[in-house]
Design a protein around this ligand. Structure first.
Ligand code: CUA
Length: 391
């Protein structure tokens, strides 16, 4: 130890602090007390000095143009992240608008609290140790540590809870009803009609703008979570239960949805698209979806149709109007009119369909559909032409 006598104040502050216990055990109480008092004073001075240096450094940094430019760049990148087809902060539905409003309020209040706390910390660092007022300090601890957090959190809680009834409320009677079933790892979509029949498709949902839509969410395998950030908050799909989500799209456009609950190997590859359309266009689209498949006339597609039945695709897939009536995989009746292949993974075109058939496992690990890469290239192209022709 570097202190023969506690009055000697040689050595660094951390070393002296580390020696405080030994000093107390070695020297008489009055000397040890003097040592501790000197140590406390020096520690307070060192803290205040560090605070002043940090303030000066922050001040000179803020004056730098580089920092201003950097701040603008970071701000621009941050704001750019709010755009896009899958963003809660670019809402295109009433539910998403409430989510965004809540987020901005939470962020704003959080920012105000943060600025206050930092300002207070800087103020305390600049205070001289011998000018402390015990009563004021206690008031600050009770006010800033108990009263303000309680009030702020209560206000935010009430603000959030007030939004709940409309968020979880059902769409009015007679609204469009859509059943969405989470599969591993794709989405079975059924438009439920008033007469009890259903129009079945997969991995794509179209909605009329400005109308409430009731989603009935289900799963018969594991828990998934249905989430279209631009339109609404997320809702779990739980085996053995039915959950409900109401959408009220406010703008036309194409939005991306995703599974928001880990559900197995290809959870991250379980996406879909939602297209919000004008009401008339939507009705025409739905009428068309209800029709049997319209087969494209080309000879390649004709051959693909024969191969579709001969190679066993029909055991898992339905193509209405043909002998294919499997229900394990997605309904492909109008697959050629969809935006994506493989549940939001590939942009649909004949080559993407061919790749999907040949390399299913490579594109979506763990997928239940076996890859048909053993088929000759011309047969794969024929199959792809057939599916592409199912408009
Ligand atoms: Cu389905 Cu994650």
């Amino acid at each position: 130890m570097g202190f023969a006598d506690p009055r000697r104040r040689a050595g660094s502050l951390p070393r002296r602090a580390a020696c405080a216990t030994t000093v107390a055990q070695t020297f008489p109480p009055s000397r040890a007390h003097r040592f501790r008092r000197a140590l406390r004073r020096d520690l307070a001075e060192a803290l205040a000095k560090a605070g002043r240096s940090a303030l000066r450094a922050a001040g000179s940094l803020c004056q730098g143009r580089k920092v201003a430019a950097l701040a603008m760049l970071v701000g621009a990148i941050w704001l750019a992240g709010c755009e896009g087809v899958q963003s809660s902060l670019a809402p295109a539905g009433r539910e998403a608008e409430r989510v965004a409003l809540l987020f901005w309020w939470m962020t704003g209040v959080g920012l105000v609290v943060w600025v206050l706390v930092i300002a207070l910390a800087l103020h305390v660092v600049r205070l001289r140790a011998d000018r402390q007022d015990r009563r004021r300090n206690n008031l600050l601890i009770i006010g800033g540590g108990v009263v303000v957090p309680t009030v702020v959190l209560t206000v935010l809680l009430v603000f959030g809870l007030a939004m709940l009834p409309e968020t979880v409320g059902r769409a009015p009677e007679g609204s469009l009803q859509i059943q969405v079933i989470g599969e591993q790892w794709w989405w079975r979509v059924r438009y439920l009609r008033p007469d009890g029949s259903a129009v079945v498709l997969a991995n794509e949902i179209r909605l009329p703008v400005g109308e409430p839509v009731q989603l009935r969410l289900e799963s018969d395998n594991v828990i998934h979570s249905f989430w279209v950030p631009s339109l609404a908050g997320k809702m779990d799909m739980i085996p053995g239960r039915i959950t409900w989500l109401t959408l009220r799209p406010t703008a036309t456009g194409i939005f991306r949805g995703a599974c928001a609950e880990y559900c197995g190997t290809s959870h991250a590859l379980m996406a879909f698209y939602v297209e919000v359309m004008e009401a008339d266009a939507f009705r025409r689209w739905l009428e068309h979806q209800a029709l049997p498949a319209v087969r494209a006339g080309g000879s390649l597609a004709q051959r693909g149709g024969d191969l579709f039945l001969a190679t066993g695709c029909a055991a898992c897939h339905t193509v209405r109007g043909t002998p294919a009536d499997g229900v394990i995989g997605p309904d492909l009746t109008h697959a050629g009119g969809r935006l994506s292949v493989g549940a939001g993974i590939l942009r649909r075109d004949p080559d993407a369909i061919r790749r999907w058939i040949a390399e299913t496992e490579r594109i979506k690990p763990g997928v239940h559909m076996p890859a048909f890469g053993m088929l000759p290239g011309d047969e794969l192209r024929a199959l792809a032409a057939y599916v592409e022709g199912l408009k």
